[in-house]
Design a binder for this molecule. Structure first.
Ligand code: ANZ
Length: 927
């Protein structure tokens, strides 16, 4: 077996691992556990490109390393297989999304296996399989059957709520609920309610509940979208316009967990940027609610939320959101037409535009007035789209002197600007946003500083019962329904217009077959097409399905015990694996998936179904590998293409060209003519050396830019081990970096060189049992120390260069010794596992895999030099080099220097006045 032939050994070891289930994790072990998880992929039709495996390679290196270090490692893989692309494809082609999904997964598994990942495939899960989504539905039912008790600060069974109602009515209940929907009743009134009335009364307390909610409606996709699926007013997928609409929707009460989700962040080993994004997304604000009476409308006082109650005496108007139902009542006859017109305009601007666009100042006077709660001053009520319906109370008290948006608005509409904190400068032309300072113009607050003033106002509001201190969160409840086919059916049915959960023993509620994957003629979601689809042949099912993030909110638990038919995860398995030690995935999930899973986990914890607080202890976001695009330059209006260096002489348009027909930026001209029909007769203006050189740009990898590089051809040509090393070598894991194919040759050359330590070109097998020399041991142990330190701090690119240095040193020393090469094999195996397995076998370990061989122990003693080289200078000028034992003392060195004839040769035999020894560095003789 002389030459390094990755194609042969890689297939061989992939089969070996598969047949022997080498990476199967046990749920019982004396070893410590380590759970390494990749964010599981959505299997798209395009397969993997070289950017996808980056994180998988890194996590695989850690998994393999941990096995060498004696851990029982859980490293699973599965598929997030419900979702829009498969459904869009189904709409276009009529093919069942289940079929496309299955085919795409098969291709993914093939590609992943070819990269030699040490997954425990026996634990594979697919979120679209009924035996998986049965448990997603089960968790939904748990949410549906729970409420959030503020007294115990956790979720509880809805039964405890009913018991409270029966015992003390609604008074004694402190819950996170839909405050507008709940009504006060006594225990007696509860007893008198019909069953249906009781069910309706409980509904707004549920953690999974239905309500009329403003949603992002995307007509182009025929569904609602969550805030993180909408970017700049259009859908992230497809780029269709999104409008705000009031629709009945299923929601999950994530807001009940706002504070705990915030607090938990402090204990997580996550990138600061991600934690900060979650903090902002949750958006905690401390302030107060203040009630303003409205003239002629004693029935509707307006309540505002403010973070600055200290500025109460600077209020010059109130503003309500355009969506507010109050507008109907508030607006006077004279203003109705103008207000209606304004509302129509504002409704279709996205929240983001409304917040971000500070230049377009719009609004309308409603004709109504409120009264200041302390001064009784008259305050006009406006409608303005910078006020958001979903935040606070949807009404603001505007203080133009101290708030930027209010200031702009007041200037635009000539409303009064009254400074109430010292420091406002009228001439400055902007608000003075003061967090501290002395309060002025404010009756009983005059002279106080901002902070005590806030306390004082809250005290007085509470005394007068017209307001209270309040903590607000920007976080909204999560909309949990999609009007789509390819998702988990929500396990709810309707009886007399009331929603009921399907009985647990009837799960899974399997997705029914339908004839077309489109909404019905009457605008119902696709499930409305299902024939005879009724609960117990009688009741109508809910027709919306769960959003894409449902299945991914708990999948890490299922991997612990994927075959369990009685429980979503077995108790013992959960106790053993606890949670994920290392989670690897893209930064784009910072506020979606990572927040939802934390929420579900806390909820399951509350019900005693899991024992840990958090799902993912450590998180790493791998950076993105960017594409390296190539361009050709077409002379406008012709079919002639000019090479890059000459293009400035012509009027050209740059076109992306498939990077697979370009090598080292040189275009394969014949392949180009075949690439697209319209280029068949292309003509070229070439470089002077007769080649066509393409332009280059670094961009996101995407099909439309023809810069996608598939791992398949690279593994065929260079091997998976080379690809693994190369991807790590591209740069620090977390960074964004451009792909480059040329580098593959370099790492491939390195692997060949490594191989030659075992199989030199002139011999079949060169490994000997001779003892290693200090120099060889030093080269090895330097590498062990560095590689171990690097893996522990997730710095993989530096390890690759360490290996390269080590192999260079060993090659120079002509090393072929088992004492060196055996530990080296294990050292490199997390990175190049196929090559390592093969060499391990050749080293005589026939019985099995090296995957659990102990990681080589670093020994400091091999790095300690036994002799030191001293430059010897006379009056500061280096004249000679002398070598001393590392243990030699300064006195011994001085004596040895004096004993030489150095002064005779370089200082005309003068006597030495002084000999200065700098230990370990140099000797200076002063004459
Ligand atoms: C008076 C005031 C005076 C305010 C002042 C600020 C500065 P955060 O910190 O983000 O929670 N606000 C309240 N509800 C709003 C809504 N639905 N849409 C838009 N703005 C709203 O912001 C809270 C502040 O934003 C509140 O405090 C309110 O303006 C405004 F010198 O009240 B403030």
């Amino acid at each position: 077996m002389p030459g390094y032939r990755p194609q042969e050994i890689e297939k061989k070891w992939q089969q070996f691992w598969h047949q022997n289930q080498t990476f199967r994790a046990q749920n019982h072990s004396d070893k410590p556990k380590y759970y390494v998880l990749d964010m599981f992929p959505y299997p798209s039709g395009a397969g993997l490109h070289v950017g996808h495996p980056l994180g998988y390679i890194a996590s695989d290196i850690v998994s393999r390393y941990k096995r060498h270090r004696g851990f029982n490692v859980l490293h699973p893989m599965g598929f997030d297989s419900f979702g829009l692309p498969a459904e869009q494809y189904a709409i276009q082609t009529g093919q069942h999304p289940e079929k496309t999904t299955r085919e795409n997964i098969a291709r993914y598994i093939e590609q992943l296996s070819a990269l030699g990942f040490s997954y425990d495939w026996s634990r594979e899960i697919r979120t679209s399989n009924p035996d998986y989504y049965k448990w997603t539905q089960w968790i939904f039912l748990k949410l549906f059957n729970s409420w959030y008790n503020l007294d115990t600060n956790k979720a509880e069974s809805i039964r405890t709520l009913q018991d409270k109602f029966a015992a003390e009515g609604s008074k004694g209940v402190r819950a996170v609920c839909d405050e507008e929907e709940v009504h006060d009743f006594s225990a007696g009134q509860w007893q008198m309610m019909t069953e249906a009335q009781k069910i309706a009364a409980v509904h707004p307390y549920r953690l999974a509940y239905q309500s009329e909610t403003y949603v992002n409606w995307c007509a182009g996709l025929g569904t609602v979208l969550s805030n993180d699926e909408v970017k700049d007013g259009v859908s992230e997928r497809g780029g269709f316009p999104v409008e705000r609409r009031l629709m009945p929707q299923w929601n999950l009460r994530i807001t009940a967990y706002a504070q705990r989700l915030l607090d938990g962040l402090d204990h997580l080993d996550w990138p600061d940027a991600v934690k900060e994004m979650q903090r902002n997304w949750i958006g905690r604000s401390v302030g107060a609610e203040v009630r303003f009476e409205v003239e002629n409308h004693p029935e509707l006082p307006l309540t505002v939320f403010t973070t600055r109650p200290d500025t109460l005496f600077g209020v010059s108007y109130l503003a309500v959101a355009p969506e507010s139902e109050l507008l109907d009542v508030l607006t006077t006859a004279a203003q109705r037409e103008a207000v209606t017109k304004y509302v129509e305009y504002a409704k279709n601007r996205s929240e983001r535009d409304r917040m971000a666009d500070v230049k377009t100042i719009t609004g309308e006077f409603t004709g109504a007035y409120a009264r200041h709660p302390f001064s009784d001053e008259q305050l006009p009520i406006w409608v303005a789209d910078y006020v958001l319906a979903g935040y606070g109370t949807g009404v603001v008290m505007a203080v133009p002197a101290h708030d930027t948006r209010d200031y702009a608005f007041a200037r635009h509409f000539s409303l009064p600007i009254v400074p109430v904190v010292e420091g406002y400068d009228e001439a400055a032309g902007e608000a003075y946003v003061a967090k501290e300072g002395r309060v002025i113009n404010s009756d009983f607050l005059n002279g106080l500083d901002v902070k005590p003033a806030i306390q004082e106002v809250i005290k007085r509001l509470e005394e007068k019962q017209i307001g209270k201190g309040k903590i607000n969160y920007r976080l909204r409840d999560a909309i949990f329904g999609r009007q789509r086919y390819w998702g988990e059916p929500i396990p709810v049915y309707y009886r007399d217009g009331l929603a009921f959960g399907v009985a647990e023993q009837d799960l899974p509620l399997v997705l029914p077959e339908i004839d077309e994957y489109k909404p019905t003629e009457t605008g119902e979601p696709p499930l409305g097409r299902a024939q005879d689809w009724r609960y117990r042949n009688e009741f109508e099912f809910e027709l919306s399905t769960m959003p894409g993030w449902a299945g991914s909110s708990w999948y890490y638990l299922r991997y612990m015990d994927p075959k369990n038919e009685d429980r979503f995860v077995g108790e013992e398995a959960e106790r053993y694996w606890q949670n994920v030690d290392l989670y690897m995935g893209g930064a784009e999930h910072a506020t979606g998936h990572l927040l939802y899973s934390r929420f579900w986990h806390l909820f399951l914890k509350d019900l005693g179904l899991v024992t840990t607080e958090e799902p993912f202890q450590k998180l790493i976001n791998q950076g993105m590998i960017l594409g390296r695009s190539n361009f050709v330059y077409r002379l406008n209006g012709t079919n002639t293409f000019v090479t890059a260096s000459k293009r400035k002489d012509y009027d050209t348009t740059a076109l992306h060209v498939d990077v697979n027909i370009v090598e080292d930026d040189v275009l394969d001209v014949e392949a180009f003519k075949k690439w697209r029909d319209d280029f068949a007769n292309a003509e070229f203006i070439l470089e002077d050396n007769g080649t066509y050189v393409c332009g280059v740009e670094i961009e996101k990898m995407s099909k439309s830019k023809y810069n996608v590089v598939s791992p398949d051809t690279l593994t065929e040509r260079y091997g998976a081990d080379a690809l693994r090393l190369h991807e790590m070598f591209l740069g620090p894991l977390e960074q964004f970096k451009p792909w480059n194919t040329q580098g593959m040759t370099g790492v491939s050359g390195f692997l060949k060189k490594l191989w030659r330590l075992y199989f030199p070109e002139d011999r079949d097998w060169a490994v000997t049992d001779e003892p290693a020399t200090p120099a060889e041991l030093k080269a090895l142990h330097k590498a062990i120390r560095k590689a171990q330190e690097d893996i522990e701090r997730f710095s993989f690119n530096t390890s690759v260069s360490t290996f390269m240095i080590c192999v260079n040193e060993l090659s120079a020393l002509n090393t072929h010794k088992r004492a060196i090469l055996e530990p080296l094999t294990v050292l490199i195996s997390p990175y190049a596992p196929h090559l390592a397995e093969e060499l391990w076998e050749q080293l005589g370990h026939a019985a099995g895999s090296l995957s659990t061989a102990p990681f080589p122990e670093f020994e400091e003693k091999f790095l300690v030099e036994d002799s030191v080289n001293y430059p010897v200078a006379i009056n500061g000028k280096v004249r000679e080099q002398m070598t001393f034992a590392a243990s030699a003392t300064a006195a011994e060195i001085e004596e040895a220097v004096r004993a030489t004839d150095i002064l005779a040769r370089f200082a005309e035999g003068k006597p030495a006045k002084k000999v200065i020894v700098v230990p370990g560095r140099m000797v200076n003789v002063v004459v």
